[in-house]
Ligand binder design. Sequence first.
Ligand code: ADP
Length: 191
Amino acid sequence: MLNIVLFGPPGAGKGTQSERIMEKYDLVHISTGDLFRKHIGEGTALGKQAQDYIDSGNLVPDALVIRMVEVKIESQKDSEGFLFDGFPRTVAQAIALDEMLQGRQMSIAVMLALAVPDNELRDRLKLRGLTSGRSDDQNEEKINNRINVYKSETLPVADYYRHQSKFKEVNGVGSVEEIFNHICMVIDLVK
Ligand code: ADP
């Protein structure tokens, strides 16, 4: 069992690297952003509750996120492990995740943090907004809000894992292959 938290600001490349990591290590990908977008697309009650938060670049309330993740974990009990992407994004979510995993005799092996400078993030998100169709990528104010929310609410999650000696930083600037190789070196040391 190998459980990994992939961490980093919006636009750091978590989605891109996730696909490679889950394939190589045979992990179930749990991206809370993707799950919410699916709920919104399907018009579920959860999607309706989450939509306004997402459109404005704010975080969806913890209770909704935590319940959605627990349902997903429960539905994939036979997996080799999970790759959490975009979750946990608050310390309350990190605590809830530890509890969920402990109750199932599992734990997080490592938090992989992709480090990318702010100006590069803004450029990437604006570029993604041209093609992704994501309303939260399309305007400067929403992008800035997401980066600010990341700094105030999500960065403390790094300290949470640092205290457990599970925090590992990887340079998120470079070619997709280079970054992936670096990530694999870190994973191979903990698995
Ligand atoms: P990004 O590419 O900006 O990192 P995501 O696809 O991970 O974005 O998430 C998009 C939006 O979904 C976030 O801005 C937030 O509103 C909501 N969201 C995703 N994951 C979480 C979470 N763990 N807690 C709260 N809100 C979340």
